[in-house]
Design a protein around this ligand. Structure first.
Ligand SMILES: [Zn+2]
Length: 393
């Protein structure tokens, strides 16, 4: 009987929480227009109702694990973090990765993040990457995310970790890599000595591995966004976790392979549809989930001015946040220089996220990736050693 009462109380609490979140949840990222059928309002509502439960479950699971973590993420009791949300990386704790020493070219942020002491190669804590561009904006902070236990971020769905201070923004870009647009975003960021996080689609990365490598070489953090941008809250994925896992893991393996080096255990769900069972799965893989604080809705926009206006107006209202954009979209690439100019003029500061360790791919899905038709990773021998004329001229 006692147990029954507790269960009912818990369900009631979840229900209230769900109601609270649902009322503020917007139609979220419908992602690059490419593969995603637009959803009806009814379908969105149905999914929205599921999302808060996901959030609640994710928070508890993440909190339990994070609470056991070491100094980088100040241990936060699960219930407290639902409300108080302490900074993940309070300055001047050694969360600042010295990346200035990273060699140009193949320097991966993960290399420094994963190489042990958070201060990098002997640099004192607090060092920021050198910026050789006079008047450039530059990063204000680098925060290291301990992904153990799959913490989830982004106040649109997860209200556990409120690590940004007033006027701080984290820039994130989805659905790349994509010719021209991704390069435009990278150039605009690099011109201002800024860095951002890119959630790449696995299939896109296999089509343009050189672009994934370019993003990594520019010192950006790279996470993944499934293999082919499927809404995992819908069938067949909703009813078949193996298919859903495959969509997630093939994406991880593909982006990892395209980069040709470590990538972050950072993941964003297509359409921000986050089934609880998959949040638990990601937690078991020590992969952090990122929703968003500010959805630019740039995927609906065709003019750069619209993207700038959308981001700036929402940021001014909210004061800070993780901003969701799409390097897949031409308007976003074109908007970046002006957006960064306005961010600086309005006193916003850019924070860069890096993981504490790279993601681990699973052999099963690495193998599956190799079997994809387009992937020819096993054959690296030159033609002359494979084909020889043995008869005739
Ligand atoms: Zn997307």
């Amino acid at each position: 009987m006692k147990v029954l009462v507790i269960v009912i109380a818990a369900l009631a609490t979840l229900g209230l929480a769900a109601f609270g979140v649902v009322t503020e949840q917007k139609a979220s990222e419908t992602g690059g227009a490419l593969l995603v059928a637009h959803r009806t309002n009814a379908a969105q509502d149905a999914d929205s109702a599921a999302a808060p439960a996901a959030a609640a479950l994710g928070q508890v699971a993440a909190g339990q694990v994070v609470a056991g973590q070491a100094a980088a993420a100040p241990a936060a009791a699960p219930m407290q973090t639902l409300i108080a949300a302490p900074s993940i990386a309070p300055p001047p704790a050694p969360i600042h990765l010295a990346q200035a020493q990273a060699a140009p070219g193949r320097s991966l942020p993960l290399a420094s993040a994963a190489s042990g002491p958070q201060t990098g190669s002997g640099k004192p804590a607090g060092n920021m990457p050198a910026c050789d561009k006079p008047g450039a904006m530059g990063l204000s902070r680098i925060v290291q995310i301990d992904t153990t236990g799959g913490p989830a971020f982004g106040f649109e769905h997860f209200k556990q970790y409120d690590f940004l201070r007033d006027h701080e923004v984290v820039l994130t870009f989805d659905d790349g890599p994509w010719p021209e647009n991704t390069a435009a975003v990278i150039k605009a960021l690099t011109d201002q000595c800024l860095k951002a996080t890119f959630f790449e689609i696995g299939e896109h990365a296999t089509w343009h591995p050189e672009l994934s490598k370019m993003v990594a070489a520019a010192g950006m953090t790279i996470g993944s966004h499934t293999w082919s941008h499927k809404d995992l809250a819908r069938n067949p994925y909703a009813s078949d976790i193996e298919q859903a896992k495959q969509e997630i893991e093939l994406g991880v393996s593909a982006v990892h392979h395209a980069v040709g080096g470590p990538i972050a255990p950072f993941f964003r769900f297509p359409d921000l549809q986050q089934p609880p069972v998959l949040l638990s799965y990601l937690a078991s893989r020590n992969i952090a989930t990122f929703s968003t604080d500010i959805d630019s809705f740039d995927f609906k926009m065709h003019r750069p001015e619209q993207v700038v206006e959308s981001v700036m107006s929402k940021l001014k209202k909210r004061g800070k946040g993780i901003v969701l954009m799409h390097d897949f979209k031409p308007a976003t690439g074109a908007a970046m220089p002006e957006l960064l100019r306005q961010l600086k003029a309005a006193g916003f500061k850019v924070v860069h996220m890096v993981p504490n360790a790279p993601v681990t791919t699973l052999a099963k899905y690495d193998d599956m990736l190799r079997q994809q038709d387009k992937m020819d990773v096993t054959n690296t021998r030159p033609e002359s050693s494979v084909v020889k004329t043995i008869s005739g001229d």
